[in-house]
Design a protein around this ligand. Structure first.
Ligand code: URP
Ligand code: ZN
Ligand code: ZN
Length: 465
């Protein structure tokens, strides 16, 4: 088996920081030893990667992506091939994408379709959650089978009536089933029925610009749905993971529930930490670039999100990567904001935006690794294979340059989308060398990986409870 040693870096995990050399055999980390120690100096290897002055971190685990998702009358513009390659450039080595059960169809059919999209093309490892788009007797039974084959989390929507929406009865039944079979319920918590009334009223009043997307998707309707989801989970006796939390009042609902000792978890995304309704209100139709749901909030909400990440009322930062090109896709909603496909690109930027948060004093280095690598791996049953640097773990490693300065731009990113939500933003820190299961897939600006290197990962049930 080929041996690689990464020498001289500062190894950072969620638990500790140490100046250590890392020995890789084949696809796995087999040993760590203090840099300069007799043990480390005695290691021979086929390849030595010099990490002096760099961090050595676990590859990022992005637990919320939507590659080539059919949505809003179009399809997310990154394929599994382009999206996972972009993820690798950004230091992410595992994604958990959402397979979709459509109305009238089975979980099996949806999952098979997503396997077919991803098989043989991914640059990095991947796993699936399942979107329950049609909760009924037979799909509830199928949940058990999916848990058995490593799809151990299920997303439900309180939003998007007529598309993905589930009513409270369906949600309760799915939660009860999850409580029984170990599947973790993930919730899109917005009151979609009420939102649709406000959308109709806004459009009737001639309010058609992108900024009205943020206005009708009221903060109170995120807080109310979050509260309701928590209570339904409490009745079902199931844990709950609320996705893409953007409102301060929703964080407060999660914090209150957690203070009561409930197994309730929350995820936020870089767009809610760095962008705001100011972006939605950009002139012309530019605001469409920032249309996603839950929506961007006034910037005052950001402090509550950062605080939630520090206090562990929010545990995970994922991207909800769901890119649509400005030209040809976002512009489906010119003259009617409700027709703008919902979603933002970001799979390539997450690790760097969160490293910037370390430099800005929002997070410690270990907390950066915890929310971006270790906790998503534990939450979704991939730990310690993914999310940490330890003997026996997959050698998904990033040699990270904490001093490299970059300017984010669509002109240089690798995502298949014609704009960047962070265009022109200067960030300090960048993945220099990225290994996926012991193979160097990115070295500087060079892509050394291949489509199909990435393998499907069966997951165990939640390890965070
Ligand atoms: O706007 C978003 N978030 N698009 C992706 C679908 C979802 O709700 O996560
Ligand atoms: Zn959602
Ligand atoms: Zn999503």
């Amino acid at each position: 088996m080929p041996r690689t040693v990464i020498r001289g870096g500062l190894v950072i995990t969620a638990a500790e920081e140490m100046h250590a050399d890392v020995l890789i055999e084949g696809e796995q980390v087999v040993a760590l030893a203090a840099t300069g120690s007799d043990v480390a100096d005695g290691w021979t290897a086929d390849r030595v990667i010099d990490a002096t002055g760099q961090y050595v971190i676990p590859g990022g685990v992005d637990a919320h992506t939507h590659m080539q998702l059919p949505f809003g009358g179009t399809e997310a513009s990154d394929t599994f091939e382009t999206g996972t390659r972009a993820a690798a450039f950004g230091g992410t080595t595992t994604i958990v994408d959402f397979a979709v059960q459509s109305v009238g169809s089975s979980l099996r059919a949806g999952l098979d379709a997503w396997h077919a999209k991803a098989a043989g093309v991914c640059a990095i490892d991947y796993a699936f959650h399942m979107i329950l788009g049609d909760v009924n007797e037979s799909s509830l039974k199928e949940m058990d089978l999916l848990v058995g084959e490593g799809v151990t989390s299920f997303k439900l929507f309180m939003a998007y009536p007529g598309v993905f929406y589930s009513d409270d009865g369906q949600i309760l039944r799915a939660m009860q089933r999850g409580a029984d079979n170990g599947g973790l319920i993930m919730m899109h918590a917005e009151n979609g029925i009420a939102i649709d009334v406000l959308v109709e009223q806004a459009l009737a009043a001639g309010k058609t610009d992108p900024r009205y997307h943020g206005e009708v998707r009221r903060e109170l309707l995120e807080a109310e749905a979050t509260h309701r989801a928590i209570k339904l989970a409490q009745v079902a006796g199931s844990p709950l993971y609320v996705v893409h939390v953007s409102a301060a009042s929703a964080v407060a609902e999660l914090a209150r529930a957690r203070d009561e000792g409930l197994p309730v978890f929350g995820e936020t995304c870089p767009q809610y930490l760095y962008l705001s309704t100011d972006n939605l209100a950009e002139p012309g139709f530019e605001g469409a670039k920032y249309v996603c749901s839950t929506p961007l909030r006034p910037r005052e909400h950001q402090a509550a999100l950062w605080r939630g990440l520090r206090t562990n009322d929010l545990q995970v930062v994922s991207t909800d990567h769901c890119p649509f090109c400005f030209t040809g896709q976002k512009d489906l909603g010119r003259g009617d904001f409700s027709k703008i496909p919902n979603g933002l690109p970001g799979v390539e930027n997450r690790m760097d935006l969160l490293h910037q948060a370390v430099l800005d004093g929002h997070l410690t280095r270990r907390r950066w690794i915890e929310i971006a690598c270790a906790t998503p791996a534990r939450m979704f049953g991939l730990y310690p294979r993914k999310g940490t640097v330890t003997p026996g773990a997959d050698a998904d490693l990033v040699v990270y340059d904490p001093t490299a300065v970059q300017t984010v731009s669509a002109a240089t990113h690798h995502m298949n989308v014609d704009y960047s939500a962070y265009e022109g933003r200067q960030l300090t820190g960048r993945a220099r060398t990225v290994l996926s299961r012991g193979t160097v897939v990115v070295d500087g600006d060079a892509y050394l990986g291949r489509a199909g290197h990435g393998r499907y990962q069966q997951r165990s049930t939640c390890q965070y409870l």
